[in-house]
Design a protein around this ligand. Structure first.
Ligand SMILES: Cc1cc2nc3c(=O)[nH]c(=O)nc-3n(C[C@H](O)[C@H](O)[C@H](O)COP(=O)(O)OP(=O)(O)OC[C@H]3O[C@@H](n4cnc5c(N)ncnc54)[C@H](O)[C@@H]3O)c2cc1C
Length: 382
């Protein structure tokens, strides 16, 4: 099988999974019900949890573009589940790239089979956008470490068995002392509990983690201070890009659904679509979506080529989240009351777009980033 055939087969399985259990579950998850845990093993069978994992370690070895296309397919049905799965995948990939063989052997099989969910924990109650202000600490204890601190709003935290946790190594403060640790969340010294958002996205599994002197072996430090902060910034460019692609997918599917409804639903003796004023909302969404999709494609291409994507990823996420936040309410409106039904995608995707504008760098912070990278003398820090 060639790489292209392999990708087509993989994406076909993801599409089938999305159209089956994800489509069936999404309306319930958007009303607060938790997904059946069996769905993660079903997801694993598509290959989504191992898409970019090297072949030598049991993965499919596909590039970033394939991961993005799979995320789009899933997010068109349910952004929350797509985010949950890609976060587990990312931890597996991080292990493959940075962890010692014994840690990979211990954790990878569970991650790839869907038996273990995983999360990446940066945010704390007192530090979100300002990541360098985190206060979690790992203190040397013999050969190993003792981790203490609290992480909040973490995707998968309510069901995760494993986490990459960012904390200061020792008592130092500032970005330079932050390291990334693999933490087994099933050990004593860890509390995981759910965080519910008023915009329900229960498939995302968001929660809080509290570490109370958790004992970690020496090899748990997979991203040592000095490189960890930079490494997470590079990873965030990828995350911003797939979140952008997912927002585009949500806007695209809402647009298609509204267009379809406009040809079926009649008012004043003709289909909604035949009313020029009704069509305008769709046309504006289509145009903005084309712009957001072009910026997203540029970011994907830069990441695939191994180039610095901080500007293109920031632009893509700003454009895609703005587009979704602006047009999903308008498309819901174009559906009339029908747009509010949980079986329809509109309310679910609208909630997801609000979440997307906060995760992996808020829109405001990304605008600041674009200003710093493109405009003269905008960095006014002392
Ligand atoms: C559903 C969900 C899932 C998440 N998943 C994860 C996860 O898996 N892992 C993880 O580590 N984190 C996760 N997060 C946390 C997310 O990364 C943070 O919410 C985000 O970094 C913003 O931090 P904050 O919410 O503390 O807002 P704050 O940093 O307190 O900011 C509040 C507001 O002020 C603005 N602001 C902040 N600083 C400035 C400034 N200098 N200039 C102008 N405006 C500013 C922000 O844009 C925002 O609008 C998740 C969040 C949500 C909502």
């Amino acid at each position: 099988m060639t790489g292209q055939e392999g990708e087509a087969a993989f994406l076909g399985r993801v599409a089938q999974f999305a159209a089956g259990p994800v489509r069936a579950g999404a309306p319930c998850w958007s009303m607060g019900a938790a997904p059946d845990p069996a769905i993660f093993a079903e997801a694993a069978k598509t290959g989504i949890l191992s898409v970019s994992i090297p072949r030598a370690l049991g993965g499919a070895g596909f590039g970033f573009g394939t991961l993005v296309r799979a995320c789009e397919i899933l997010a068109a049905e349910d952004f929350g589940l797509a985010m949950s799965l890609v976060n587990t995948h990312n931890v597996a990939l991080r292990l493959c790239r940075s962890a010692a063989p014994n840690l990979i052997a211990q954790h990878l099989p569970g991650l790839l089979s869907g038996g273990t969910a995983a999360c990446t924990a940066l945010t704390e109650p007192g530090a979100g956008s300002d990541f360098a202000a985190i206060t979690a600490q790992a203190m040397l204890d013999g050969d190993g470490w003792r981790l203490s601190g609290e992480k909040t709003w973490i995707i998968n935290a309510r069901r995760a068995g494993l986490s990459v946790v960012f904390a200061h190594c020792g008592k130092a403060v500032g970005a330079g002392s932050i390291g990334g640790f693999v933490a087994d969340l099933t050990q004593p010294g860890v509390l995981c509990d759910p965080i519910d958002a008023a915009f329900s996205q229960s498939s995302m599994g968001t929660g809080r983690l509290v570490f109370d002197n958790l004992a970690l072996p020496p090899e748990a430090l997979i991203l040592p201070p000095g490189g960890a902060f930079k490494s997470i910034m590079v990873e965030l460019n990828a995350a911003r890009t797939y979140v952008a692609a997912m927002c585009n997918a949500m806007t695209r599917v809402a647009l298609a659904e509204a267009a379809q409804y406009g040809s079926e639903r009649h008012s004043f003796g003709k289909p909604l679509f035949a009313h020029q004023a009704w069509r305008m909302a769709l046309v504006q969404a289509e145009t903005d979506l084309a712009g957001a999709a072009a910026l997203t494609a540029q970011a994907v291409a830069e990441i695939e080529a191994g180039r610095d994507a901080q500007l293109s990823a920031a632009r893509a996420k700003i454009a895609a989240t703005d587009c979704a936040q602006r047009h999903l309410p308008a498309l819901l409106h174009a559906m009339g009351a029908e747009g509010l039904r949980p079986e329809r995608c509109f309310a679910r995707h609208l909630a997801a777009a609000q979440v997307a504008s906060l995760t992996d760098g808020t829109t405001t912070m990304l605008r600041e980033r674009v200003a710093r990278l493109t405009l003269p003398r905008t960095d006014t820090r002392e």
